[in-house]
Design a protein around this ligand. Structure first.
Ligand code: HEC
Length: 148
């Protein structure tokens, strides 16, 4: 091997190393079988985004227009739920904060009370007081690949 080609090999190795280190921690922890299920998302998770929790605004109120990484499409005028096409778009967008099989996903940690293992600050407050909240458990099941 001449000098030039060994440089190429070294550069390629560096590039591969860089790619690996850029992968989210989730891909190391995720079990190979967990993936996000659309039907579960549509029938179980979306209602969590629409539900009113005592003392809190609904997720959908803020997350249709604010700049947070978590986004859902606005409901159509007069509608109380998303239609099929909107649900598909929500499913694509939620992937930014729901890493399959990864319990530290922002969707789980950000709206959860700090005492229960959540983030210290969420613009939408501590929507779930503990991991025993059935709505939080629905989000967790979704991230862990639950099917309807
Ligand atoms: C009162 C408005 C409001 C409500 C209601 C609200 N949020 Fe938020 N949320 C924010 C704001 C503002 C941010 C961005 C700033 C921050 O990180 O807190 C945010 C950020 C997030 C993030 C992204 C965190 C990140 O850094 O990637 C997630 C996930 C999230 N919210 C989930 C939810 C869920 C789930 C609900 C409903 C259970 C909810 N939010 C309700 C205002 C709200």
């Amino acid at each position: 091997m001449n000098r030039a080609s060994s440089y190429v090999v070294a550069a390629a190795c560096l590039a591969i190393g860089a790619t690996w280190s850029l992968q989210p921690a989730s891909s190391q922890q995720a079990s190979s079988t967990s993936e996000l299920n659309y039907e579960f998302f549509k029938s179980k998770v979306q209602p969590v985004f629409l539900a009113k929790r005592e003392g809190h605004a609904r997720c959908v109120v803020c997350h249709t227009f604010n700049n947070a990484p978590f986004k859902v499409v606005p409901l159509s005028p007069g509608a109380t739920a998303w239609n099929e096409e909107q649900s598909r778009r929500n499913f694509e967008m939620v992937k930014r904060v729901a890493m399959p099989g990864f319990l530290e996903s922002k969707l789980l940690i950000h709206p959860l009370a700090e005492e229960a293992g959540g983030d210290a600050h969420h613009g939408g407050a501590q929507q779930f007081a503990s991991k025993n909240d059935p709505a939080w458990q629905t989000l967790r099941d979704f991230v862990m690949g639950a099917k309807p």
